[in-house]
Design a protein. Structure first.
Length: 252
């Protein structure tokens, strides 16, 4: 999946975290306002830490990942979370639950070898999503995702979610001033008129993103967010200084 946002965690206090969402993709020119978005970010961070995918990129990597602990420590933190089973369920709502089955489709235990008793076909218990595979241990199937269940859980968990105004939006005149040899301006685009506009540009306009591509990460548009959840256990895996890019929008 293509990254849409870069998320930074600035502070975690009890049941509240504060952070920033940078806009990095013209297909996602505004931060989603639904509570499913911060819920999806919590699940995304859990998944990355569980699989050792969050680390410190080299300083030369634009919008590189940041994590103040080692990958091993990250795995220890999520393994000790009080709500780790709930996060696994939430991930299943987003992408479908992974099932281990034998060659005939009967459900297996976590070891990927022992047939569960009573013998049960996965298709008789779950609504399958059509995906399948093999990881060298057993056959794999996936259930369908469940947007309704995820939305309901987000509504229960996220008690407040506030987005600030977008910062670092360029002016129309700045957009008009950019010379782009690969994308030359056309006569009908009113470049001369735009050069006189001193209002913030519309982030939906594709030429704005040609300008943003020339700017350093910290100078690109971003939105401050403040999120409070119903219990601090949902934030046990977050820490100030984390940063990662995500394809999540909160919509399933």
């Amino acid at each position: 999946m293509t990254d849409l946002f870069t998320v930074s965690i600035d502070a975690v206090e009890d049941s509240t975290f504060r952070g920033r969402v940078h806009l990095i993709n013209p297909d996602a020119w505004q931060v989603p306002s639904e509570p499913t978005f911060p819920m999806a970010l919590l699940v995304d961070a859990w998944f990355l830490l569980t699989n050792g995918h969050l680390h410190n990129d080299d300083d030369g990597v634009p919008r590189g990942d940041r994590y103040p602990f080692s990958e091993e420590r990250g795995k220890e933190i999520v393994a000790g979370m009080r709500l780790k089973e709930e996060f696994s369920e939430l991930y299943g709502f987003l992408f479908g639950k992974r099932l281990r089955v034998d060659a005939d489709g009967y459900l297996l235990g976590d070891d990927g070898r022992t047939v569960l008793e009573p013998r049960t076909l996965a298709k008789d218990v779950y609504e399958l999503g059509g995906g399948s595979g093999h990881d060298g241990i057993s056959h794999l199937l996936w259930t369908r995702n469940n947007g309704e269940a995820f939305s309901q859980r987000a509504a229960d968990v996220v008690t407040t979610y506030r987005c600030g105004t977008v910062r670092n939006v360029p002016l129309w005149s700045e957009v008009a001033a950019l010379e782009d040899e690969d994308e030359p301006w056309e006569p009908g685009e009113s470049r001369e008129e735009m050069a006189t506009w001193e209002d913030p540009a519309d982030l939906e306009h594709w030429r704005v993103w040609r300008l943003l591509e020339t700017r350093a990460f910290d100078e690109r548009p971003s939105v401050d967010i403040v999120v409070t959840v119903g219990h601090p256990a949902y934030l046990e895996h977050l820490t100030a200084g984390m940063r990662w890019s995500t394809a999540h929008t909160g919509r399933v």
